[in-house]
Design a binder for this molecule. Structure first.
Ligand code: RP5
Length: 161
């Protein structure tokens, strides 16, 4: 198994239904990743250990998904020099607006690159992580070019009923 380059973390197993789209996109692009459930408030020590060790383990990008008071991405960003991409999860009461604002409104100094709520954000975080890796990896760059070409072809050839 190739060494993971992307670390996907999420606050709950309930986030996996959406975040599997992130993992599948990385699979499609041939980007090795690890995925873990950990919570900034339910398992704070696990988040600290995992995020502090991420750089040394060889990870290059972290994708963090959480819902509600979605502080997982910000906490992870505070603990690592690696870029952290945040994916806000849709919440039951506020439809993910709470998650989005929690992630995107990081005070200056510790950035979290925040994506769209739910599945589009999960997919785009994977694509963005791959684009970051593609700066120094020709194979991933080609995979991204192929992904875009296939996407363009699908739209161009779409038939309406
Ligand atoms: C967050 O709380 C998780 O990221 C999840 O989106 C949300 C709800 O978690 P569960 O109550 O479903 O475990 O920490």
């Amino acid at each position: 198994m190739a060494t993971a380059l992307v670390g996907i973390i999420m606050g709950s197993t309930s986030d996996w239904d959406v975040m599997q789209n992130c993992a599948q996109t990385l699979d499609q692009l041939g980007v090795p990743y690890e995925k873990r459930v950990m919570s900034a408030h339910r398992t704070p020590d696990l988040v600290i250990d995992w995020a502090r060790g991420a750089d040394a383990r060889g990870l290059k990008v972290i994708i963090a998904a959480a819902g509600g008071a979605a502080h997982l991405a910000g906490v992870a960003a505070a603990l690592t020099p690696l870029p952290v991409l945040g994916v806000p999860m849709e919440s039951a009461s506020l439809k993910g607006l709470d998650s989005l604002l929690s992630m995107v409104q990081m005070p200056g100094g510790i950035p979290v690159a925040t994506f769209a709520i739910g599945k589009p954000g999960a997919v785009n975080a994977a694509l963005f992580a791959a684009a970051t890796l593609a700066l120094s990896d020709a194979k991933i760059k080609r995979a991204l070019e192929d992904y875009r070409a296939a996407q363009s072809k699908k739209v161009a050839e779409a038939k309406l009923p």
